[in-house]
Design a protein around this ligand. Structure first.
Ligand code: SDX
Length: 426
């Protein structure tokens, strides 16, 4: 919508601000001209701020819509696979059969890590949280590729994306093996992406290992459901880090660090801990009251979302997958029963209904991950493995167009200038 303007009037002064429209979603008001008039805009938490233009993912929080390059998440989760979704996020289109084969072959050729990388793990205590290991090891990857880290070279950027997508499962599985004192398992390039990950996680040299196809399919679907999500905290961190010209490995390590927080990717691990703490249906009312008590820091983990004020479409697919996997494995998990009772109670409680708090992607994912045999401490690592393609797709998109270093300002409410007081005068 060219030519539309918003007029900002402050006292006797009016500023015309350009308004732009995307293909979907709210129009945006370009506010950079307020600086020339001596103002900053103010939006802590970026509740109403579009930080960039993007073509990768669209979310409609009110309608519970999530599109990756225009394709609904439920169609991708049930009709596609993770590497095909990676191709879509990276390139903007679904691959032809040949393009898909070439992409899968390319990723498969990069699944191994430099053997020296294995020595990084030995610096950690065995009980180190795997996310601490992921932050360290992924950030260190740049030390192995300094000969092709020219971020202004599109080919260097592309190969870095492939390396990260290909190696992140290997690094993640190694962080688990290290924590349980088992030898690292090398990738098996005869296997698909999710199968390969599960084999690296659970195979031991002393025995043959066959990947359960039900678990591999569930793992692949979980990867799809976590692949990208617009300008969330960790993706925004990757973009901000990338805007300084940092190498892609440092940017992804920054994204991993941001994801770790319980308000973000750490929520899946927190959901299982919360269900353990609640223990049984008899305690639901007590914990719902805690979640509503402003003086209590307890929150219903896996509930609520900055954008979704309706069902998180990923949570719906996750719940369906949960039912399929537990039925296929013949598992009757009391925590799933408890989670469903908790969801039902919250969805009928005015506090949650008025605030439009629904289950998000993290509410049911932990139940499936537990059924697959993934330990709780690895839940956020799984999220990081899946989200690496989203992070690197946004990093590539940022570098494909002119960009400026991200540098927000502030509302300063500290001391005005005052003179230093020597120690003997204080
Ligand atoms: C992810 O951004 C993304 O896209 C993230 C993500 C992705 O794919 O990248 O979708 C992944 O991070 C999902 C969210 C996982 N986090 C959790 O499940 C943690 C529990 N949820 C809350 O911490 C919270 O809902 C957030 C952090 C997710 C969203 O917080 P907001 O947008 O800042 O909302 P808010 O805190 O302003 O909440 C509005 C009201 C508040 O009450 P009032 O002050 O209005 O009285 O709702 C309350 C909050 O106290 N509230 C909750 C709650 N979530 C919000 N109360 C109890 N339990 C909760 N879970």
């Amino acid at each position: 919508m060219s030519g539309t303007k918003a007029t900002l009037t402050i006292n006797d002064k009016s500023i015309d601000l350009p308004v732009s429209s995307g293909s979907l979603g709210p129009d945006v008001i370009d506010v950079k001209d307020v600086l020339a008039q001596g103002y900053f805009t103010y939006d802590p938490g970026f509740m109403a701020t579009a930080a960039c233009e993007s073509k990768i993912t669209f979310i409609d929080g009110d309608k519970g819509i999530l599109l990756h390059r225009g394709y609904p998440i439920d169609q991708l989760a049930t009709g596609s696979d993770y590497l095909e979704t990676c191709y879509l996020l990276l390139n903007g289109e679904l691959p032809s059969p040949q393009q898909k084969k070439d992409f899968v072959d390319l990723v498969t050729q990069h699944t191994m890590v430099h053997e020296q990388l294995t020595f990084f793990y030995r610096g950690f205590r065995r009980d180190a949280h795997p996310m601490a290991i992921m932050c360290g090891v992924v950030g260190a990857l740049s030390a192995f590729y300094h000969d092709n880290l020219d971020i202004n070279n599109p080919e260097h950027r592309r190969i870095a994306a492939i390396r990260l997508i290909a190696k992140i499962p290997t690094i993640a599985a190694m962080s688990y093996k290290y924590s349980v004192g088992q030898p690292f398992a090398y990738p098996d390039n005869k296997l698909g992406y999710a199968e390969n990950f599960l084999k690296m996680m659970f195979a031991v040299p002393a025995a043959d290992y066959e990947v359960n196809p039900v678990l591999a399919k569930a793992m692949d679907r979980i990867f799809i459901l976590h692949a990208d999500h617009e300008q969330n905290a960790s993706t925004s961190t990757v973009r901000l880090t990338g805007s300084t010209g940092a190498n892609p490995y440092a940017c992804i390590a920054a994204g991993i660090a941001a994801l770790w927080g319980p308000a973000h990717g750490g929520a899946n691990e927190a959901v299982l801990k919360m269900l353990d703490e609640i223990g049984s249906v008899e305690n639901l009312d007590k914990f719902l009251a805690k979640a509503k008590d402003k003086n209590d820091s307890f929150k219903l983990m896996g509930f609520g979302h900055r954008v979704y004020k309706n069902f998180d479409p990923r949570a719906k697919v996750m719940k369906q997958t949960c039912d399929e996997v537990l039925a296929a494995l013949g598992i009757n998990d009391p925590q799933l029963e408890l989670a469903m009772k908790l969801e039902e109670a919250a969805r009928n409680d005015p506090y949650f209904v008025e605030r439009k708090l629904y289950p998000n992607v993290d509410f049911y994912s932990g139940i499936i991950l537990k059924a697959i045999g993934i330990p709780t401490s690895m839940f956020t690592v799984i999220f990081a493995v899946a989200r690496t393609v989203g992070w690197i797709s946004h990093w590539l998109e940022m570098h494909d167009a002119p960009y400026k270093i991200g540098r927000p300002r502030q509302l300063y409410t500290g001391y005005t200038q005052r003179d230093f007081v020597p120690e003997d005068k204080r």
